[in-house]
Design a protein around this ligand. Structure first.
Ligand SMILES: [Zn+2]
Length: 649
């Protein structure tokens, strides 16, 4: 008996099959809505499973398109997206479904278990946050606002992109590029009527290269000024966006956009977010000042904003840099993977066993996961870079653990994809330490999904987990990639068999924590600015005044008054982070807190680790992370753990 789906995608018939399935689903929705007595069992469960089966059908295509991209996968994927979007938009706006959920919740709340109640609560909330339940005039206005908001966000990023692309700075004196890495000099170099010149732009690799390695302070200042004064016309967009977001939040019944944003997140209220961030500022400042002193010591004049990158790099080179090539032989890919499994086995008692399943590429592997000798999940790994694979690393969930309509258990599965160096029969794939951290991170996401024991798929594994808590399990696990006890399980030289020396591990930690307090303050500045900016309607100069007042606490050197950082803050004005930038630090605190409990208990044999498995990993999104965390630790998360993790306390 095998509970796992076979990985296959029939590209030729995919669209036909998709249309067929959606037609069946649409008929089924109509039938369900006609039921006279709707209940969780006869209405919610079938709807949920319908979604699960559709995901199960669609995920292999999006996976294949990302890891074995061809013209054909692109074509089929591009064709399927609008079909899926239209289908799910219609479902999410179907007010009859919303009413049915409300009715079932009112009737059965007392008799349903918390998993089922959570499914109902999240669905109802989802409808209400989009305003689906409001009167027609309000809904129309909300739709207008949404359309205008996306236009404005699009203009914001377009202006930023144009400003970035328009600018160039030409260096004619070879001396001014001395000290830059050869590859950066090569990228900048061009011939102009027989003369060699160097072009720098505001695009990321180019700008950063000069700001980090360019020794001519006047050029750095010119580039910096160009960078932080990009797209001044975005100031007007910010004003309009803030006003619209505020109006939208009020129409939806919230005091302001920040309140709207955290309604679906783990953070309980606005006050908690602000005081959380302020406390971290207060506790990081002393060390940030020390760090600044160390950087300042390398510069004869008082440091300016355009100097810090350059002098920090000098300091790093002198004291904290690690040589990746020295580390690679200790991190042979297969050793690392098996070592990670061994670590998870000792920490949680879970076991991975390789299967002989044939997959989409010969480098792709699959493993069965056992808990107490019971098969619970399947993991698919595809770790090596190749041409047809999208860059980066990610976890993608496929099947979710649940009980189907008949009460039959369905097991979970997930993919981990990375872009590590390719191995050949002659040469093994040797990783950088950063790659090891990445693998642990994605594995943290994967086991969060795979170890679920929740019976309702919509809140099982990573499904239904709050946005500001999703990175908790991944960051939790990645922290162990710096622990001597863990590294020594697998970090052995692939040729000599020698275990990685303690001094090398210590150096990794020091290099990770290089200028960590200064980095912390900068992230906190962005987070506080973003969050406060969305608590009322700021307009014109008020935006700058707010930023200035925050900088009084977070900036250790004077920011030039021409710096209009906000006009380039695309994360919040053109991305999905508005009143949510704090989430990075929020999840880091949860993970650092749980991590140190395990470390302080000696790691292996830790009772907190066992509880982490039982509570955080097995319960997935079936309860708020606020509750789960409390169950795990018996208290609120302690922000000092994050400071300790960064070497600040
Ligand atoms: Zn992640």
């Amino acid at each position: 008996m095998n509970n796992f789906l076979e990985f296959k995608v029939d590209l030729d018939n995919f669209i036909d099959e998709l249309n067929k399935r959606l037609k069946v689903n649409n008929t089924k929705v109509e039938e369900l809505l006609h039921l006279e007595h709707k209940s969780y069992a006869n209405f919610v469960k079938p709807l949920q499973m319908m979604d699960e089966y559709l995901e199960q059908f669609f995920t292999p295509l999006s996976h294949l398109n990302a890891v074995n991209n061809t013209d054909k996968t692109q074509e089929v994927y591009a064709q399927s997206l609008p079909i899926i979007t239209e289908y799910s938009t219609k479902l999410s706006q179907n007010i009859a479904i919303y009413k049915a959920y409300k009715e079932i919740y009112a009737n059965e709340k007392e008799s349903l278990n918390y998993e089922k109640n959570r499914v109902l609560e999240l669905n109802i909330q989802h409808f209400e946050l989009s305003g689906a339940h409001l009167d027609e005039t309000t809904k129309e206005r909300l739709q207008e606002i949404n359309i205008r908001k996306s236009e404005l966000s699009n203009n914001f990023s377009q202006n930023l992109l144009d400003a970035t692309n328009e600018y160039e700075y030409i260096i004619e004196n070879e001396k001014d590029v001395e000290g830059l890495p050869v590859s950066d000099i090569e990228s900048a170099k061009f011939e102009d009527e027989g003369v060699t010149k160097y072009k720098f732009t505001l695009q990321m690799p180019s700008y950063i290269a000069y700001m980090t390695y360019g020794k001519n302070a006047t050029i750095r200042e010119t580039l910096y000024k160009a960078y932080v004064t990009r797209s001044p016309q975005n100031a007007a967009i910010i004003d309009e966006l803030l006003a619209l977001k505020n109006e939208m939040s009020i129409l939806l019944g919230f005091d302001n956009y920040s309140a709207y944003s955290i309604a679906s997140k783990m953070a309980p209220d606005e006050k908690s977010v602000v005081s959380f961030l302020n406390d971290l500022v207060k506790n990081s400042k002393a060390q940030a000042k020390e760090e600044l002193k160390e950087v300042q010591a390398l510069c004869k004049k008082p440091l300016q904003s355009f100097d810090t990158g350059y002098y920090s790099e000098l300091l790093k080179k002198a004291k904290y840099e690690i040589d990746e090539e020295e580390y690679r032989p200790y991190f042979e890919q297969q050793n690392v993977v098996e070592g990670m499994f061994e670590f998870l086995n000792r920490l949680f008692g879970i076991k991975f066993e390789k299967t002989d399943e044939k997959l989409w590429d010969e480098k792709a592997l699959s493993y069965n996961l056992y808990v107490n000798d019971k098969l619970v999940s399947r993991l698919y790994t595809d770790l090596e870079a190749r041409k047809s694979k999208r860059g980066g690393a990610w976890m993608h969930n496929w099947q979710a653990h649940c009980l189907d309509e008949e009460g039959k258990e369905q097991l979970s599965s997930a993919f981990i994809v990375c872009n590590f160096p390719a191995s050949t029969p002659k040469n093994p794939s040797l990783l950088r330490h950063d790659d090891v951290v990445t693998l642990f991170h994605e594995m943290g996401h994967a086991i969060h999904h795979m170890l679920s024991s929740v019976n309702e798929n919509e809140v099982s594994g990573v499904n239904g987990v709050e946005w500001d808590a999703v990175e908790f399990p991944s960051q939790f696990l990645e922290n162990f990639a710096y622990e001597p006890k863990v590294l020594k399980l697998f970090a052995t030289h692939y040729k000599t068999g020698e275990t990685i020396p303690d001094a090398m591990i210590e150096k990794l930690v020091k290099s990770k924590n290089f200028l960590s307090a200064s980095g912390m303050l900068r992230q906190l500045e962005f987070s506080i600015f973003d969050f406060k900016l969305h608590t009322k309607v700021y307009k014109g100069n008020e935006v700058q005044d707010l930023l200035d007042s925050i900088r009084e606490e977070t900036a250790l050197i004077q920011t030039p008054s021409y710096n209009k950082f906000q006009n380039g803050f695309a994360h919040i004005f053109a991305g999905g982070y508005a009143a949510g930038y704090y989430s990075y630090k929020w999840a880091e605190v949860l993970s650092a807190d749980a991590f140190f409990s395990v470390v302080d208990e000696g790691i292996f044999g830790s009772t907190t680790a066992q509880k982490y498995l039982d509570i955080i990993l097995q319960r997935g999104g079936s309860q708020s992370m606020q509750e789960l965390f409390y169950l795990l630790q018996g208290r609120e998360p302690n922000p000092n753990s994050l400071l300790r993790l960064n070497g600040i306390l």
